[in-house]
Write a protein that binds this ligand. Structure first.
Ligand code: URA
Length: 435
């Protein structure tokens, strides 16, 4: 039996915990042998004192061992991508079918929207009938048949993370590098993948806005990957402006389809090609990342990625014929513009506010169990750094009847600035870090 108080006082004093202590504590909590107040105290001690790379890997291992560990015999390699979350980040939706079209299967256990960020599962559920609550058997069948499965964390997959995450959420203990790194990596390791690409965001729309903290998180996740022998790479990407031309569930499915048709915004395509190229290379399906990028771009342009996505939609309960109508030109009638107050150059200053505005419009959750309306969203007709004239629309609010409340409009007006001088926008992708 673990001496929980001894573990807590050791971490409270800032000392390094042994692997047996971490395993004993987390295992006992996952089995229901320790009350939530012990776990809350543990999380607070880790939040304040931090953890070494070895302790963080041991925490990920202890969480992983609390549940099932999947492995799939598919006769082809597997790879996945995980993003730390942002506004307008729909990359997984075109990426997974493009990678599958190039011969690498993608077992993708994704999340729901968290705070101001949107989640892949919620976006996919904007397609009528699309089911993401797959059992393990359904997940494996989808993967075998289409090369892709988009699923949610099941009851059996990393139950320790499920319990600890819920506690962190209500006690304000999310923004900790060892806690985020072990939480994300325990789930990715449980999927049984052969390679992993991490998209670690920084900027005003990211959970950890400072670039250096993003890099710290990337290094922590890569160190865990290394200790498990998982091939992984991390790309720092800029989330100080929204990704693509839209944010909001239906809008983002429309934009993902445009990308799968070989069109769509350049920044979205750039990330799909960069991450897809790295996934193919790490999984052994492309000689180099550059070669992988070319193959992904071809899959987007020749319709093969779109064909995989249509099969995925059908397999997971949606109607692929419905996709031809997206994005619907009639949505344009339901949009209210927000104009530039003067002439100058557009800079996004608070991307988090854009995400919260979508939540305010009903397109996100304030509390667990809230229903999401997939229709509301934002359209970004002007790229950051571009010249705008006075009264030119820089943002469009999509909401039924084009009627957004004054509070939402005020929030949105505070999310950008019009600069007097031209400036060079931050690059989208930084130098990759490897395990
Ligand atoms: N996503 C996760 O899965 N875990 C975290 O701790 C933060 C984001």
């Amino acid at each position: 039996m673990i001496d929980a108080r001894a573990v807590l006082s050791k971490k409270r004093a800032g000392l390094e915990l042994e692997r047996v202590e971490i395993e004993g504590f987390v295992g006992a909590y996952a089995r229901g042998e320790l009350a939530d107040y012990f776990a809350s105290a543990f999380l607070m001690a880790v939040f304040v004192r931090g953890m070494s790379a070895r302790e963080t890997a041991d925490l990920a291992r202890a969480m992983l061992e609390s549940g099932e560990r999947w492995s799939f015999e598919l006769g082809r390699p597997t790879a996945d991508k995980h993003s730390t979350g942002g506004v307008g980040d729909k990359v997984s939706i075109p990426l997974a079918p493009a990678v599958a079209a190039c011969g690498v299967a993608v077992p993708m256990v994704s999340g729901r929207g968290l705070g101001h960020t949107g989640g892949t599962l919620d976006k996919l559920e904007a397609i009528a009938g699309f089911r993401t609550g797959l059992s393990r058997a359904e997940f494996e069948r989808a993967l075998r048949r289409t090369g892709v499965a988009f699923g949610a964390q099941t009851e059996e997959l990393v139950p320790a993370d499920r319990k600890l995450y819920a506690l962190r959420d209500v006690t304000g203990l999310i923004e900790s590098v060892p806690l985020i790194a072990s939480s994300i990596m325990s789930k990715k390791l449980a999927e049984g993948i052969g390679a992993l690409v991490l998209d670690v965001k920084h900027g005003s729309g990211a959970f950890l806005p400072e670039k250096e903290r993003g890099a710290e998180l990337a290094r922590a996740m890569l160190a865990i990957a290394k200790s498990f022998g998982l091939r992984a790479i991390a790309f720092p990407t800029y989330m100080g402006r929204p990704l693509g031309d839209t944010a909001g569930h239906e809008l983002e499915i429309g934009e993902s389809l445009e990308c799968l048709r070989g069109r769509g915004p350049a920044d979205l395509r750039e990330l799909v090609c960069a991450f897809g190229g790295a996934m193919l290379q790490l999984a052994g399906a492309a000689a180099t990342e550059a070669d992988g990028r070319v193959r992904i771009a071809r899959a987007l342009d020749d319709g093969s990625a779109l064909a995989v996505f249509e099969r995925v939609v059908e397999e997971q309960g949606g109607d692929p014929k419905a996709l031809a109508r997206w994005p619907d030109p009639a949505w344009k009638r339901e949009r209210a513009p927000i104009a530039a107050p003067r002439a100058g150059w557009l800079r996004w200053t608070d991307v988090r506010a854009l995400g919260w505005a979508i939540v305010d419009l009903g397109g996100g959750r304030r509390a667990l169990g809230d229903r999401i309306d997939p229709f509301p969203g934002l359209v970004f007709p002007v790229r950051e750094g571009a010249r705008v004239e006075r009264d030119q629309p820089v943002l469009e609010v999509q909401v039924r009847g084009a009627r957004a409340s004054e509070a939402v409009l005020a929030r949105l007006r505070g999310a950008f600035a019009i600069e007097e001088q031209p400036f060079e926008p931050e690059p989208l992708v930084g130098a990759a870090l490897e395990a």
